[in-house]
Design a protein around this ligand. Structure first.
Ligand SMILES: [Zn+2]
Length: 161
């Protein structure tokens, strides 16, 4: 076993430390990691990575086509508050982190004449809201009026996402 913690130890840490974790800071997985930096867990836990395990437990089953995303861009982080299910999120996350979240020339999602976000962006904004990011902050990052994000928050637009 060459000093590796037993699966039970990892699971116990995830269940008793990571999942109930209430802090705002990143919580780094203290056991072995994959090359990607993600925490490695036994597939017997129902997930291949520590953050996926936490996301499953905290946020429920993975919707089709979604992946676990890090709010903080920190692969070994397993803070439930920093994890969410998202689509195409890696790319968007990178842009978010680097402050490059800008609107592409968009033609989609504008049927009602009010929305200026693509579906992916709206979905991403929704995930941010769920992760506790404020609407004004998201609006600023996207470069759209606050009302656009409040509309998403209150289901006025993109309610089906
Ligand atoms: Zn984090």
């Amino acid at each position: 076993m060459s000093g590796k913690p037993a699966n039970g130890t990892v699971k116990r840490w995830l269940d008793q430390v990571a999942i109930p974790y209430q802090g705002r800071e990143c919580l780094l997985f203290p056991f072995s990691r994959l090359k990607s930096g993600h925490g490695r867990v036994s597939s017997r836990l129902g997930a291949n990575t520590a953050h996926a395990y936490v996301a499953l437990r905290v946020h429920g089953a993975r919707p089709d086509g979604y992946e676990v995303c890090h709010d903080c861009g920190n692969p070994p982080c397993v803070n439930p508050r920093h994890l969410y299910w998202g689509t195409r999120a890696k790319n968007m996350d990178d842009r978010w982190r680097h402050g490059e979240m800008v609107l592409p020339p968009t033609k989609r999602g504008v049927e009602n004449g009010n929305s200026v976000l693509t579906e992916d962006q709206a979905r991403y904004a929704k995930a941010r809201l769920k992760a506790g990011v404020s609407a004004p902050e998201i609006a600023e990052r996207f470069g759209v009026p606050k009302q656009t994000i409040y509309n998403i928050k209150y289901g006025t637009t993109w309610a089906w996402l």
